[in-house]
Design a protein around this ligand. Structure first.
Ligand code: SF4
Ligand code: SF4
Length: 399
């Protein structure tokens, strides 16, 4: 295992982190014995950063981790990350009570890395109005959490604003070979690292889609290279090549994948890919983009939309839905992130009034209003919206 130094604390963090969001399951429940075996194996093989959150496995992920870490005397061997869910916070006292419940579920007196979960510009402003800054300062001063940060799914300008508006220790962004320009993107990664924040990367394989069967052209590019690597190895090595990245979270729920990722992590050194290797990944990324339904680069010049549509995110989820096999998951992520489930406001395609204000700002000449109709048709609809409302209620459930 390779380790990198957290710039704020000097903590030595394994470059591969264990995401407890997609643990092995039996039906709707965590397969406790199998998940325990995988977690302990991961820790024994060097992983020391474990990430969970309030809604994962409907509140059971925190309980699972608390039980396994305490019963096996592993708590002090790992850095534990957990997240405050803004979507269940209505007043300042809710923050205190949720943290107290999380500490109890995790069977610990402190959390090493505590994040405000899935912020965007509007949810950050709402949390500020509820005094989140004083809450974060207070829990850190009391030693209930060691480091405070945020995870992010919004647009780049908001990311930089959030970085600037509080004395954060770290942050967590979505970053992979397809998202160099999406959300916080490379600019955001470099900006946060430049401000001295440790940067944790999530979705390195875009929800597992980059590990699945590739578009033919992309596969041919990798196949024609003299360097033989799996598509997972190319994708992970590309992220670790960035010296600004502290740790990459992988939601591993299969022993073979854990073993494979551990082997790859041995080679995950910063600046270890040559120019020609980077060119290969760039060409693979381009060929994925060519296969996308909407040629959106995520540049965000079209934003803000006066009616609240998150244009690049709508296209990002729509492209994932069209290109990869996991259609239900793509729809679920679209609704969770843009349907007002984890953010303050909805920002889905159905809000588009076809006002046309964004069209001239798009360097790709995308007919945005027309494409928004297509996104709405594929990603929304009466039954989908009802189902997603149920998922939203489950996420709000106070365990
Ligand atoms: S056309 Fe639609 S997406 Fe574009 S600015 Fe108007 S409402 Fe927003
Ligand atoms: S301006 Fe065009 S390419 Fe850029 S994010 Fe908006 S829709 Fe995508």
């Amino acid at each position: 295992m390779q380790f990198r130094t957290d710039p704020k604390t000097g903590n030595s963090i394994s470059i591969l982190g264990y995401g407890a969001m997609r643990l092995p399951s039996k039906g709707l429940k965590i397969d406790f014995e199998e998940a325990k075996k995988q977690l302990i194996f991961s820790i024994e093989n060097g992983i020391n950063y474990i990430d969970t959150a309030w809604p994962y496995h409907n509140g059971e992920s925190e309980i699972f981790l608390g039980k396994v870490l305490s019963e096996n005397n592993l708590r002090s061997k790992v850095f534990l990350a957990d997240k405050l869910p803004p979507w269940v916070i209505n007043k300042r006292e809710d923050m205190d009570s949720i943290l107290a419940k999380q500490l109890s579920k995790l069977q610990t007196s402190y959390i090493d890395y505590y994040l405000v979960h899935s912020l965007d510009g509007t949810s950050w402003d709402a949390m500020k109005a509820l005094q989140i800054k004083s809450f974060l300062k207070e829990i850190k001063a009391k030693g209930l959490v060691k480091n405070v940060g945020f995870s992010f799914h919004g647009i780049r300008d908001d990311f930089q604003r959030i970085v600037d508006e509080f004395d954060w220790d770290f942050c967590q962004i979505q970053y992979n070979i397809l998202d160099e320009q999406n959300q916080a993107g490379k600019t955001g990664l470099e900006y946060a690292a430049g401000k001295g924040l440790g940067v944790i990367v999530m979705e390195p394989l875009r929800g597992g889609n980059l590990a699945a069967e590739m578009p033919k052209e992309a596969a041919t590019i990798y196949d024609s290279s003299s360097i033989k690597r799996s598509n997972v190895e190319w994708a992970l090595r590309w992220i670790w090549n960035h010296p600004e990245v502290l740790c990459v979270l992988s939601g591993m729920n299969n022993m073979e994948h854990i073993k494979e990722n551990l082997v790859i992590a041995e080679k995950g050194l910063p600046n270890s890919l040559s120019d020609s290797e980077l060119d290969i990944v760039q060409r693979v990324g381009d060929s994925y983009r060519k296969a996308m339904k909407v040629n959106c680069t995520g540049c965000q010049y079209c934003m803000p939309c006066p009616f609240g549509v998150n244009i690049p995110s709508c296209f990002e989820h729509y492209n994932t839905y069209q290109m990869f096999g996991k259609k239900f998951m793509a729809k679920a992520f679209y609704h969770v992130q843009l349907g007002g489930i984890v953010g303050e406001n909805e920002s889905m395609a159905s809000l588009c009034t076809a006002c046309g204000k964004c069209v001239s700002r798009c360097p790709q000449n995308i007919d945005i209003p027309k494409e928004m109709q297509n996104v709405k048709k594929s990603m929304e609809g009466f039954f989908t919206n009802q189902l997603m409302k149920i998922i939203g209620r489950m996420m709000r459930k106070q365990s």
